[in-house]
Design a protein around this ligand. Structure first.
Ligand code: ZN
Length: 255
């Protein structure tokens, strides 16, 4: 593949990204579904890594779920914490570790908060970038595999990196693993056009309006102090009729 082809690919990728998820077949989204019934299940899936862990998007979500034997009961609808970085900024992440009561109504209401990671990958099947959106515990396991694989590769080539290489993600022992995968040189060249791409993580994270969050916290079955919602509640009630549809991220493909 020539540099011209790669540049053309990048241009098409930018166009596709601005069109949203429309280039995916029905039931497939920008998010790679993880879990037993997802795309990254026990058989796993080979994807090309587009960034190293320091360049993965770290943000926070509010979620409060309990396992009921078959699935999960949610106290409220899972949503992005407003006190989250809006871009990849590994140095700033520390300042977001504690709940931000001034910045986020859900933090103020004491809603359970978890760190999440978006891992940008290239999908060999759909020929575009996608993200693996995963909780801290799973990201930690994947990073540990990443480090092991890179350390091994660097014994033979000090400049070796997994970024731009095919890796196989798999569900293992209620978490996920990463090992080296197979792809053709042409596929890798196509994938590499997306390295350094502006993935617009904040858009993918779907930050909601405060009114919208107040509405969903008001509907919570538990786990939140609704008394802090008071002042904004009336405004939210007035707007409750024109609530926007939630993105596919809402689908819960955890175990
Ligand atoms: Zn929050």
């Amino acid at each position: 593949m020539s540099i011209r082809d790669i540049l053309k690919q990048r241009e098409e990728a930018r166009d596709n990204a601005s069109k949203g998820d429309t280039d995916f077949p029905d039931g497939v989204t920008r998010y790679v579904k993880v879990g037993s019934y997802g795309e990254i299940n026990k058989d796993g899936r080979t994807l090309v890594l587009l960034a190293s862990p320091d360049d993965w998007y770290v943000y926070f979500i509010h979620e409060d779920k309990t396992y009921n034997g078959k699935g999960y009961d949610h106290n409220f609808r899972k949503h992005t914490c407003l006190h989250s970085p809006k871009d990849v900024d590994i140095d700033a992440v520390l300042t977001y570790f504690k709940p931000g009561k001034a910045e986020c109504i859900s933090c103020k209401a004491g809603a359970k908060r978890k760190m999440f990671f978006m891992i940008p990958v290239y999908d060999l099947e759909y020929k575009t970038f996608r993200v693996i959106d995963i909780a801290e515990f799973h990201a930690n396991n994947i990073i540990s595999d990443y480090d092991k694989a890179e350390k091994m590769g660097r014994k033979f080539n000090p400049a070796y990196t997994l970024v731009g290489e095919a890796v196989h993600f798999k569900q293992v022992d209620k978490s996920y693993s990463l090992e080296s995968g197979e792809a053709t040189d042409e596929q890798l060249a196509e994938a590499k056009a997306f390295i350094g791409f502006d993935f617009k993580f904040a858009e993918l994270a779907n930050f909601r309006e405060v009114d919208d969050i107040v509405t969903l916290l008001n509907d919570a079955a538990g786990g939140v102090d609704k008394s802090v919602l008071g002042s904004v509640q009336q405004k939210a009630n007035a707007k409750a009729g024109d609530e926007e549809a939630w993105t596919p991220k809402d689908e819960d493909f955890n175990f």
